[in-house]
Design a protein around this ligand. Structure first.
Ligand SMILES: Cc1cc2nc3c(=O)[nH]c(=O)nc-3n(C[C@H](O)[C@H](O)[C@H](O)COP(=O)(O)OP(=O)(O)OC[C@H]3O[C@@H](n4cnc5c(N)ncnc54)[C@H](O)[C@@H]3O)c2cc1C
Length: 448
């Protein structure tokens, strides 16, 4: 895949005897194989078809790629993702305690991209140059007509450690939150299985956060594992919030009725200081030492949203941490050719502020945005569509029991998006079947 521009540039160099300049030139221009690439090389020359570049191949990005190919087959669709395989965060709490295996969570990017005719490129995205409508990756740059950003979240360790990089790195390496797909999960799983007893502390980030009910699910399933394997461990949940939310009553009952001696719930535990070397944490609700910890720093929109310059501002004029979007059309506030979907989406409503940062919502956003782009590509004005959300949480692994929550959205007569929430607090096995059915449908929607 040689770019003709690069080839002619190389010929020019040879003619001019410009060898001394060669090290400053793009990898392709230096005669390196294109798979070694370089951020200034051309990754994919643009043909006649209009192109949608999707940044991030998680729940939102993957769904968007497939939907776009189905709704707008004339568009070229390119999906950029750093990971070689897809690893699902939803259902991963069950995997931590061996309810499902690794194959259940991992899926193949290449097969589905070939089936639906979009281009999957595994690469690190380095920069997003909106003024040039260009994405720069470690393998080269590519132009776009429309950009879909689905970068997920980043951990805001800066809120805990300021500029103390060493503390942030030690915390992430030793006590990962395991809220960003992949390697951290394997480390946490090992730590749970190696745990011999003592206190396992979990810090829960302030809202908005990725999948708010899932840390409580994680606590229940680890407690279930301790019970089964007779581990004398205590799980201390240090919650930033003043109460468990959502499905608060269902989780509270599970803590009290199933794990009375194992789970200690501490509300209003705003983190003041974290010492990953001394294994200590100071909070507004007291100080705690631990054998092991799941230290979840506050969440923010993923790095790519920052690099794309789409992060909103709070009333003090500081970065709000999440992408500023048009609430109904999910375009970046200042760029109608850039869509943001999934967890990175910022404030959308004065009633509920943020959509739940859930894979279900990312999937719905992706379907909606694919429709908007297809409409625009066909020269039509899209009409708004709203997502929904459905979430099942396993509170016991043996026997298997779930609780659930559902969210629906509509626009009121003032044009404000309104959320309704229904908690299903009664834990029961039928919801487990629905949980696995939900996951099957979602995986099929992305991969089948
Ligand atoms: C423990 C846990 C349990 C959960 N349970 C549920 C559940 O039951 N139901 C539910 O609906 N949701 C659940 N979620 C939430 C769900 O995982 C997220 O909401 C969902 O993944 C968001 O999708 P996204 O596309 O916004 O981000 P992601 O799925 O995180 O995708 C972002 C992608 O961007 C890629 N990326 C980022 N930066 C770069 C870069 N520079 N270069 C290349 N690639 C990059 C990442 O590798 C990643 O693949 C859970 C999450 C966790 C952690």
């Amino acid at each position: 895949m040689q770019d003709s521009k690069d080839v002619s540039r190389r010929s020019f160099l040879a003619a001019a005897g410009g060898l001394a300049l060669a090290s400053a030139l793009p990898a392709q221009a230096q005669g390196l194989p294109f798979l070694i690439g370089g951020s200034t090389a051309t990754l994919l020359p643009k043909g006649k078809a209009r192109r949608v570049v999707i940044c991030g191949g998680g729940w939102g990005g993957l769904t968007a790629a497939k939907q776009l190919r189905q709704l707008a087959p004339d568009l070229e669709v390119v999906l950029l993702e750093r990971n070689p395989v897809f690893f699902s965060c939803p259902m991963s709490n069950k995997w931590l305690v061996d309810v499902v295996d690794t194959n259940y969570l991992t899926h193949d990017y290449l097969k589905v991209s070939e089936k639906y005719g979009y281009r999957f490129i595994q690469c690190e995205i380095l920069e997003i140059e909106r003024d040039r409508k260009r994405v720069v990756t470690a393998l080269g740059a590519l132009d776009y007509d429309w950009l879909v950003l689905s970068p997920g979240i980043r951990y805001n360790y800066e809120a805990w450690f300021g500029g103390e990089r060493r503390l942030a790195e030690a915390t992430r390496a030793r006590f990962p939150g395991a809220y960003v797909p992949n390697a951290e999960h394997f480390r946490l799983k090992q730590a749970i299985h190696d745990f011999k007893g003592g206190d396992l502390v979990m810090t829960l980030p302030p809202p908005p956060q990725r999948c708010p009910p899932s840390p409580y699910e994680r606590a229940c399933l680890i407690a279930s594992h301790f019970k089964k394997h007779k581990v004398k461990g205590r799980i201390v949940i240090l919650d930033h919030k003043d109460a468990i939310r959502p499905i608060g009553y269902g989780f509270k009952q599970a803590f009290e009725e199933l794990y009375k001696d194992i789970i200690t719930y501490v509300p209003n535990a705003h983190v003041r200081e974290v010492d990953p070397f001394g294994k200590r944490i100071r909070t507004a609700a007291g100080d705690f030492s631990f054998e092991h910890a799941i230290l979840m720093a506050p969440h923010q929109a993923g790095d790519l949203a920052w690099k794309a310059g789409v992060i909103g501002k709070n009333p003090e004029g500081k970065p709000a941490g999440w992408a500023a979007v048009d609430p109904l059309f999910l375009t970046a506030k200042e760029d109608k050719d850039v869509y943001v979907i999934g967890d990175a989406v910022g404030f959308v409503s004065p009633q509920f502020a943020f959509y739940p940062k859930a894979g279900h919502v990312a999937n719905r956003h992706a379907r909606i945005v694919a429709r908007y782009i297809a409409e625009r590509a066909a020269g039509r004005e899209p009409k708004y569509v709203l997502p929904d959300n459905l979430c099942y949480m396993m509170v016991s692994a043996d026997p298997q029991l779930d609780i659930a929550v559902q969210f629906d959205y509509k626009v009121d007569d003032k044009g404000v998006i309104i959320q309704t929430q229904i908690d299903d607090n009664e834990r029961r096995p039928e919801l487990v079947a629905e949980d696995f059915g939900w996951a099957r449908n979602m995986y099929e929607d992305m991969f089948a």
